[in-house]
Design a protein around this ligand. Sequence first.
Ligand SMILES: O=P(O)(O)OC[C@H]1O[C@H](OP(=O)(O)OP(=O)(O)O)[C@H](O)[C@@H]1O
Ligand SMILES: O=c1cc[nH]c(=O)[nH]1
Ligand SMILES: [Mg+2]
Length: 212
Amino acid sequence: METLVVDHPLVAHKLTTLRDVRTDSPTFRRLADELVTLLAYEATRDVRVAEVTVDTPVATARGVRMAKPYPLVVPILRAGLGMLDGMTRLLPTAEVGFLGMIRNESTLQAETYATRLPDDLSGRQCYVVDPMLATGGTLAAAVQFLFDRGAVDVTAICLLAAPEGLAYMDKVFANSGKPIRVVTAALDERLNENGYIVPGLGDAGDRLYGVV
Ligand SMILES: O=P(O)(O)OC[C@H]1O[C@H](OP(=O)(O)OP(=O)(O)O)[C@H](O)[C@@H]1O
Ligand SMILES: O=c1cc[nH]c(=O)[nH]1
Ligand SMILES: [Mg+2]
């Protein structure tokens, strides 16, 4: 598995405000939206394109267009929804599948409560969006759903990642033979005894949408 920590002053600046406990929900939403756009710019570096020509007012120019089948963007509900608009703004032809997953806060096991994905993902590039990669249980289950449907490669875009979660992903998919990439704004120190990322930003879903 490949991990890319996007090292850019604008990313670091926005992430710092996102982490701040004083940042209110409207600002948190706006920053999550802006950050995903910056991360997606790097994450889509290998998105498939097809060569085309267009007529400019002056001559013919060679260029590229997004190739079919178009990528699939998969937000993991709830918190991943806060990253969806930023992704589709950058990839307007992408299709969107949904996974509803919740981490049981006692066992830290991921439970799936909704799946709305195309049955056949053969040949599709998939982009999973979820702000937090903590133990990695949620992302591992999400990637497995996509591979089971034939996805060829999966890139996860996470605002924050913990070393424990990356190690877990590495272990689970060591022999998958399919490319997996994690693109994140920061690799934090560790998980605490409750499975929260330290220093982290708290519960991303609650900060986006309110405490449930
Ligand atoms: O790496 P893990 O240990 O599996 O934890 C990460 C998951 O936890 C959060 O979701 P949560 O379960 O809080 O659901 P929510 O988005 O509805 O708040 C987060 O958005 C990830 O999906
Ligand atoms: O720190 C964490 C860990 C899991 N889920 C969150 O929202 N935050
Ligand atoms: Mg949550």
